[in-house]
Design a protein around this ligand. Structure first.
Ligand code: COA
Length: 258
């Protein structure tokens, strides 16, 4: 059985569901491989406009599968490192996916589960969802998720939650910027977000995501300023932009919304 099930609707909204509910969607080597391949494939699929990522059963994800982590530690040094690179690649694939990724946090998102949420562009949590960077309580460290978690919640919150391993609520996750919305109507809120995403030009959205990553935390140097000018110059000359601007001026909907 697939550890990540994929469905796609006629509007190009793909839903990837982590599917190991008996262990709260804990992330093992097989799930890492399937989720990496799934995000890579959906991210490059011409018909996909947005990806929703959620969990089957009670939880979103209980993070790294601790039985698998133990096995990985018992491997030789090279295998141990190669295996760790696979999980690091998964988080990078999620974070750099050209399509917008929306996390629907249906329940507990702990350790790597919180990490996955941090890698997504937009996160919506159920009020009962619980979060936590619990790694230190297991004697491990939140290494591969750290770039994405620190970027999302900042050093001040990372210093607290990564060092204490405290669990925190959906409201607290919202307060610290890990999630954007807390709602007991996850599907309704997802629809609001996805409908908004489908109004944007698909290429413009992919380019904007890359732009955010490229300017984040960068000093505004002459090179950076020139880079931003290059990006809009290239984009406004594209056929998608020509269509978007003409549609506005002609008072009609752009082709990509049909
Ligand atoms: N890795 C491996 N197995 C896990 C797991 C994980 N991260 N999280 C849960 N499981 C397993 C449990 O061992 C248990 O297995 P069993 O049925 O063979 O005993 C099963 O999933 C059910 O878990 P349980 O703890 O009984 O369910 P719960 O509803 O009481 O609590 C959680 C669910 C997710 C809150 C709880 O399991 C938990 O805190 N998990 C650890 C989360 C964590 O710290 N992850 C960080 C890893 S870096």
């Amino acid at each position: 059985m697939a550890l990540v099930s994929i469905e796609m609707n006629k509007h190009g909204v793909a839903r990837a569901t982590l599917n190991r509910p008996d262990v709260h969607n804990a992330i093992n080597d097989l799930l890492i491989r399937e989720l990496t391949d799934c995000v890579h494939m959906l991210g490059r699929h011409a018909n996909v406009r947005a990806i929703i990522l959620t969990g089957a059963g009670k939880s979103f994800s209980a993070g790294a599968d601790l039985a698998y982590m133990q096995r990985a530690a018992d491997q030789g040094e090279d295998e141990n490192r190669a295996d760790a690179m696979n999980i690091a690649r998964l988080f990078n694939e999620l974070s750099t996916c050209p399509k917008p990724v929306v996390a629907l946090v249906n329940g507990a998102a702990l350790g790597g589960g919180t990490g996955i949420v941090a890698c997504c562009d937009i996160a919506i949590a159920h009020p009962a969802a619980v979060f936590g960077l619990t790694e230190v309580r297991l004697g491990i460290i939140p290494a591969t998720i750290s770039p994405y978690v620190v970027a999302k919640i900042g050093q001040a919150q990372a210093r607290r939650y990564m060092l204490t391993g405290e669990r925190f609520s959906a409201d607290e996750a919202r307060r610290i910027g890990l999630v954007h919305e807390v709602s007991d109507d996850l599907e309704g809120m997802a629809k609001t977000i996805v409908d908004a995403l489908c109004l944007g030009g698909p290429e413009a959205i992919a380019e904007t995501k890359r732009l955010i990553a490229d300017v984040a935390d960068q000093p505004v140097t002459p090179d950076l300023t020139a880079m931003t000018a290059d990006r809009i110059a290239a984009r406004r000359a594209s056929s998608e932009a020509r269509e978007g601007m003409s549609a506005f001026l002609d008072k009609r909907k752009p082709g990509w919304t049909e």
